[in-house]
Structures are given as structure tokens and as C-alpha cells.
Design a protein around this ligand. Structure first.
Ligand SMILES: Nc1ncnc2c1ncn2[C@@H]1O[C@H](COP(=O)(O)OP(=O)(O)OP(=O)(O)O)[C@@H](O)[C@H]1O
Ligand SMILES: [Mg+2]
Length: 274
């Protein structure tokens, strides 16, 4: 069962690393904050955190202090730009990469308890299909997978979608294609993935949007000011804002609405060619 009692909980994940999950997460959070939502961004890339770096904030404590019982979750939350609250993940802490069942459960319980105080919660996860990534996705109402157009990123995105689709409480997955040269490029990738997913998975794929490769984004990263009050400062910023609004509409439609994808799941599709 999904545990966070917040309608707009979006987990952002990817198969391959470096495709733009954290940038997507902070821009979705910015879009939420801009519309006046009390917004929390959880850095779920445990041990390799960088939400705080992208937002230019100083995090003294992290989720690690919560998991080890040194601090309660309220003590590690930091205020970021635009009033966004950040739950930092801790960097260079190897223990966070290999949480045992008990510690992971403690983390999930903490997240559930704090999330209810916010209107929108964004969870930036680490790359890949670790148990922590899957658990964080189970907490979310909306599961967003990010890829770039590169073939190996798309293949890894499908692998993640496949694993997520095996979680019975994730009936729909949204896909955003980042660093595209055109809106169409992203849509074509979505259509290709949908064709395969429809044949072999129980999950419904939904297009969340194409985000252009945009030099303004790299400048923001270098200046540790990834997000700005005004979404119009960059083309990619505008695309992420649109993506957020699409996801909001989905949040209204998904879960509890009885949508079922065709049940044609096939374990043999591990090596599916996309
Ligand atoms: N739309 C974009 N336009 C230009 N550059 C981008 C865009 N999206 C991502 N990048 C570049 O890709 C880099 C990686 O982005 P980001 O840190 O968000 O990826 P990630 O998926 O979170 O990586 P990791 O798997 O390491 O957590 C950024 O520092 C930036 O240089
Ligand atoms: Mg990241």
C-alpha cells in the first residue's frame, strides 16, 4: 500500500545515472512552490546527495542522522530557495548505500510522518533498481522515470519500468525525456517504450514531456542556482513546469480509479530489444 498521505508525491527515478533526475526533481519542486504549495524535496540518493548542492544550500545534518536515531526528521530539514524544504541525504556515507531492512523501514516511516505536512513532495532517487529506489517509489503516488534519448539510457529506463511494473501498487508510470533536440524526439522515444510496455508489462506508460537540452541549465548548475523564481528564464525550466502540471492532472486521475492495463506480463522479456 502507498503510505504517504499526500496526493502529490512524485518519485523521480532513472535506470542510467546522470540523465537529469535531480534537475527534474528541483524544477518540479520549484513549479510546486511557485503555485504556493508547501513543498518538500527528499534527496533519496542516499550517500551521494546533491539536491543541496544544486540549490546552493548548506546541509549540516542528513537522513543518516535520522536513520541512526541521532536526530528526528524535523531537525535535518533545511529551507531552500523559494521556500522549498529539503531533506538532505548525506554525501560520502557508504552505510547509506547498503541499508538493511530495519533501517530502510525506519527511513520510510520517518518520511511518511513528515510528508503529510506538505502539499507536494518530490523524491529524488538514485539511479538504478536498488531496493531503496523501489521502496521510495512505493511511497509515491506518481512514479516518474527520466531518460535521455541515448539508446543505453532508454534501455535502462525500460529495465527500471519493468521492475517498477512488478510492484503491484504501481499501475502507471510517467516518462520524461530530458536533453532532447525537439519535442518530437522525446515523444518518439515514449511511443517506442509504450509499444514494448503494452506488449509485455502490466503497467500503463504516460508521457510527462520532453525537456530540451539547454545551456542555461548548465549555467545554473555551475552557479549552484539550479532553480529561479521565474520559470521563464530557460526553455528547459518552462518544459519542467509543464511537466509538473501534467503530473498534477495525472495525480487526479491515478490511483483509486480502477485503471487497469492489460495483464500480459512476461518474465522472459529481460533482454527485450527496444
Ligand atoms: N535539460 C538539460 N539541459 C542541459 N544540461 C542538462 C539538462 N539536464 C541535465 N543536464 C546536465 O546533466 C547533468 C546531470 O544532471 P543531474 O544531476 O540532474 O542528473 P542525475 O540523473 O540526477 O544524475 P545522478 O544519477 O548522478 O544522480 C547536469 O549537471 C547538467 O550538466
Ligand atoms: Mg541525481
Amino acid at each position: 500500500m502507498h503510505g504517504i498521505p499526500v496526493k502529490r508525491t512524485i518519485a523521480v527515478s532513472s535506470g542510467k545515472g546522470g540523465v537529469g533526475k535531480t534537475l527534474t526533481s528541483v524544477h518540479l519542486a520549484a513549479a510546486a512552490a511557485r503555485r504556493g504549495d508547501r513543498t518538500l524535496i527528499i534527496d533519496g540518493d542516499l550517500g551521494l546527495a546533491n539536491v543541496d548542492v544544486l540549490l546552493g544550500i548548506k546541509a549540516e545534518h542528513s537522513i543518516f542522522d535520522v536513520i541512526t536515531g541521532r536526530l528526528c526528521i524535523e531537525d535535518v530539514l533545511v529551507k531552500g530557495p523559494m521556500g522549498i524544504t529539503v531533506m538532505p541525504a548525506g554525501s560520502g556515507i557508504a552505510a547509506l548505500q547498503n541499508l538493511d531492512h530495519g533501517l530502510r523501514e525506519r527511513l520510510m516511516t520517518g518520511i511518511r510522518s513528515v510528508a503529510s505536512r506538505f502539499d507536494t513532495v518530490i523524491i529524488d532517487t538514485g539511479a538504478g533498481i536498488s531496493e531503496t529506489v523501489l521502496q521510495l517509489n512505493r511511497l509515491a503516488r506518481i512514479n516518474l522515470v527520466v531518460t535521455t534519448p541515448e539508446p543505453h539510457a532508454v534501455t535502462d529506463a525500460y529495465a527500471l519500468i519493468k521492475v517498477l511494473s512488478e510492484c503491484e501498487d504501481i499501475p502507471s508510470i510517467a516518462l520524461a525525456v530530458n536533453q532532447v533536440r525537439s519535442e518530437d524526439e522525446g515523444r518518439r522515444i515514449f511511443e517506442r517504450l509504450t509499444e514494448v510496455a503494452t506488449k509485455f508489462l502490466t503497467t500503463r506508460l504516460v508521457f510527462a514531456g520532453s525537456i530540451p537540452a539547454d545551456p542555461a541549465i548548465q549555467r545554473g548548475v555551475m552557479a549552484r542556482k539550479a532553480v529561479q523564481e521565474n520559470s521563464n528564464f530557460s526553455l528547459a525550466g518552462q518544459a519542467w513546469t509543464q511537466c509538473f502540471h501534467r503530473l498534477l492532472n495525472l495525480a487526479d486521475d491515478w490511483r483509486n480509479d480502477g485503471i487497469q492495463a492489460p495483464h500480459t506480463f512476461d518474465m522472459s522479456m529481460k533482454g527485450t530489444q527496444l
